[in-house]
Design a protein around this ligand. Structure first.
Ligand SMILES: *Cc1c(COP(=O)(O)O)cnc(C)c1O
Length: 407
């Protein structure tokens, strides 16, 4: 006997009452018109304190310190903020993470650096389901460097160590994958695949765009070589906030990224004749740091630090479990199917549902203030940012989906 709407309302209320992180919801800006925000995996909500951070930045820092602020901290923002992301979200010791550019540009810089660091190897292993920008940048790097792309077609369990094992070999320079699949939320075996890449003598590079801030990642412990990721998703940095890049310390003296800019040079203000890379991870920086774009994510990182990433992951699992429960009760009888793993241990922070009507349904939901996103051909993505989302909100949103599928 499937659960009734009344059963589900009671379940949502009980889950919200038991949720130790529920008080943090009030830290975010909520507006009445938005009845259910189901896309925190694409653009996190703003924090209330970010209003104050932006205003005080204008008055107290930008207007007051002016150019002096470069010496008083702005110059170091890429590595200082990178260290914070590394500590709070990535399991990365200091001195290995920077904030700069977009994810797309950082994929280019890191992938180029990685393939050049493996002379004699001319293949990059990647998968056909990865986010378009990752695949497009890899195509460009391959064309530039005369490399061959070796494509993995993910199976029902996504990209597994076995599938990677089948294609890596003495020609593999780099294995480039996403930890959480942007469509299905399938969580790849990052430690297992990293080990397979290393056994073949290749470098392992991970896109953590859908992991950072929601799925704990232990980059140092698992020996990952390079990683990139977005900060406007679960790190709530705001639209266009700069991305992060991780480069393991053991590679700092070997890898060279191709966009050699003055801000990543050893002595930027010497205005020297030749480029000499800055020591350590600083060389990943190319141009002037986007300081304004770094403000909002600092507020979210401070909140994540207080809440603790393990607790955030536990709530994320509970939210996606509940979304699946509501799917089974209200949506499956209407022909909707689940396109994400049922096993929470291999599922990231979102759930994808499929139905032929979703391309019609999603714009109508947006008009009603219920905001998931649509991923062609027939996917509706339900992204549940743990600190800003209640169980009640999940139910409100998915009930609206059920009503629209019927309409
Ligand atoms: C969101 C996302 C991106 C976005 O890259 P931008 O340069 O910020 O546009 C890249 N890769 C993956 C896997 C993503 O999920």
């Amino acid at each position: 006997m499937p659960e009734s709407v009344n059963d589900l309302l009671a379940r949502a209320a009980a889950l919200d009452a038991a949720d130790e992180l529920s008080t943090h919801r009030a830290a975010f800006v909520h507006v009445d018109e938005v009845r259910a925000y189901l896309d925190g995996n694409s653009l996190g909500r703003p924090l209330r304190r970010t209003r104050e951070s932006l205003a005080s930045f204008v008055d107290e820092v930008w207007a007051t310190r002016l150019i002096r602020a470069w010496d008083e901290g702005w110059f170091d923002t890429p590595t200082e903020l990178g260290d914070t992301i590394g500590r709070v979200a990535l399991g990365a010791a200091t001195g290995q993470t920077v904030v700069a550019d977009s994810t797309t540009v950082l994929i280019y810089k890191l992938l180029r650096a990685a393939v050049d660091a493996r002379p004699g190897r001319d293949e990059v292993v990647l998968d056909t389901d990865n986010f378009p920008t990752d695949r497009f940048v890899a195509e460009g790097v391959a064309a530039e460097r005369g490399l061959t792309l070796r494509w993995i077609t993910p199976g029902p369990d996504g990209v597994t160590p076995e599938l990677v094992h089948d294609v890596v070999g003495p020609r593999t320079a780099v294995v480039l994958l996403s930890q959480v699949d942007f469509r299905s939320a399938q969580l790849a075996d990052l430690p297992g695949i990293t080990a397979v890449a290393h056994d073949a003598g290749a470098l392992a590079m991970w896109d953590l765009s859908h992991s950072a801030g929601v799925v704990p990642v232990d980059l140092d412990r698992h020996g990952v070589d390079l990683a990139v990721g977005c900060t406007y998703k679960y790190l709530n940095g705001g639209p266009g906030a700069p991305a992060f890049a991780y480069l393991a310390a053991r590679h700092h003296d070997i890898l060279r990224q191709p966009v050699q800019g003055w801000m990543g040079a050893a002595d930027p203000f010497a205005m020297g004749d030749r480029y000499e890379p800055a020591p350590g991870v600083r060389q990943l920086v190319s141009g002037t740091p986007p300081v304004v774009g770094m403000l909002a994510m600092r507020d979210m990182l401070a909140l994540l630090d207080v809440a603790g990433l393990d607790a955030v992951r536990a709530k994320s699992v509970a939210l996606t479990e509940f979304a699946i429960e509501v799917h089974d009760a209200l949506l499956a009888p209407r022909g909707v199917t689940l396109a994400s793993p049922r096993d929470a241990s291999v599922r990231g922070g979102h759930v994808t549902l499929e139905h032929d009507d979703f391309s019609r349904v999603v714009p109508e939901l947006w008009r009603q203030g219920v905001i998931p996103d649509f991923r062609p051909p027939r996917g509706l993505r339900v992204g549940l940012s743990p600190l800003s989302t209640s169980f009640r909100e999940v139910l409100t949103g998915l009930r609206a989906v059920a009503d629209e599928v019927d309409a």
